[in-house]
Ligand binder design. Sequence first.
Ligand code: ZN
Ligand code: ZN
Length: 371
Amino acid sequence: MTQLRPLAIAPRLERLRSRFEEAGIDALLVTNLVNVRYLTGFTGSAGTLLVTLDAAILATDGRYRTQSAEQVAQAGLADVVTIVIGGQGEQRDALVEGARLAARVGLEATALSWAEATRWEELLARTPIACVDLVEVLREIKDAGEIDRMRKAASIADAALEAVVPMLAATGTTPVTEAAFALALDTAMRRLGAEALAFETIVAAGENSAKPHHHPTDRIISPGEPVIIDFGAMYEGYRSDMTRTLVAGTEPNEAVQAMLDLIKASQAAGVAAVRPGVSAGSIDDVCRSIIADAGMAERFEHSTGHGVGLDIHEAPWVAAKAETILEAGTIITVEPGVYVAGVGGVRIEDTLVVTKDGAEALTQFTKDVAA
Ligand code: ZN
Ligand code: ZN
């Protein structure tokens, strides 16, 4: 792959501030570490970012003295973000002092425990404002650098599955278990350059495929049964997400074949409907109505998809009635599935980036089911 385009981190603080007025705040205390990373480039495991209208303070501990300075500088924010290194008390003092002139301080309501929120209220000596998704909404639209990293993660996952699919094809003669196949897939992703797994790999064979989030076991995969493989790679913090339902060796039975045909059609229709200007809910509608028309509405018990990026599941949510309007640069999954207890299930999922007139699938592995 050619050089990845750079991440445009520096402008994000200003975009966040432009949302302050509507949120009714003069400052935001960012405690969600993924949001701290998004806004500053800092990837440490501990840290808090205070963003006021004219300043930004990143507080972390001594383990991250060098790293925080390097990453903030690399993001082009060396003159913008003040870094405070110290123990918990020193960090808190610096943040409280930094927020002194802000009458209304927002906290990230979904990223704090009750105890932490109460503590901040005492320290700030005023009632904080509960804020939801202020940074998450910014993260919905990816910049060119983010899209490049996600395309890279997806291509690693594609190549990894390609590398291990022969194990599945051979399971009739050399039996492979769900767990062994998952391990081989995970290892292939790491060898091919993934810094980590995007999430815990799902390999679900036969009747286990009727459980959407099955954990791989020592069950041997038999020829002819559906195998749901749901997995992804992480590259420079960005994740991919793909599901394929494969059938090893012989043809599947009629019931499984019918589910495969149905989900293939539903997923393809959902993908074809992704374009700027449509609501996330309309994509759910397209996938769900095809499944409902086949009389299997009650077998599709999860939402159609979700945003992906620095988190594996993030806004926007591709669910019934979801009102978010898709825009160029939004990245979502489309992953309808049907599951029949005792029989099996089928799910097919791609990660897609909305383009100016449609969508590009970042995950490219074939949807032909024969392994
Ligand atoms: Zn998935
Ligand atoms: Zn997914």
